[in-house]
Design a protein around this ligand. Structure first.
Ligand SMILES: [Zn+2]
Ligand SMILES: [Zn+2]
Length: 154
């Protein structure tokens, strides 16, 4: 158990949460987590005490055991709810780097190439001025990585 006063939320900012106490951080490789996150796995941390501080997620019952919470406005996966409690998506936190996964589960379904991803060729920022020009022209509409009084700004 960690006492973690951490905040987070979805990409558009319609749903925000604040945590008081978190449990185990994990990665799940099951096929339903892959689909629900649109990713190779789900990174989740159990939330022993937390509250929704802006909006509420919508829920999709993905099995007889589990419901998946997501922002109905922007689609960001946010939560995993079951009889034993609730878990929050680590990457939805404002500081996901503070929540390193401690365990992985359902490895039978792990996408084989995931193990080698850290070793594939990295295209670094600054390597190509044409690509840099594209990135420099991106103006994010994403909610910032901190709580806001009002969003979107007037
Ligand atoms: Zn949203
Ligand atoms: Zn899973």
């Amino acid at each position: 158990m960690k006492n973690n006063a951490l905040s987070g939320g979805c990409q558009c900012g319609a749903v925000r949460f604040s945590t008081q106490k978190l449990g185990r951080a994990s990665i799940c490789h099951c096929r339903m987590c892959q689909k629900a996150f649109g990713g190779f796995y789900a990174a989740l941390v159990s939330a022993d005490e937390f509250s929704w501080t802006r909006g509420k997620p919508s829920w999709f019952r993905s099995s007889n055991q589990v419901e998946r919470g997501f922002c109905e406005k922007c689609g960001t996966p946010l939560a995993y709810r079951f009889d034993g409690g609730i878990e929050l998506a680590i990457a939805a936190f404002d500081k996901p780097e503070l929540l390193p996964p401690e365990i992985q589960i359902c490895t039978k379904h792990r996408v084989k190439y995931v193990d080698g991803l850290a070793n594939i060729e990295a295209f670094e920022y600054g390597a190509d001025e044409n690509v840099d020009a594209i990135f420099n022209n991106v103006h994010s509409y994403q909610h910032p990585d901190h709580d806001t009084e009002e969003w979107p700004p007037k």
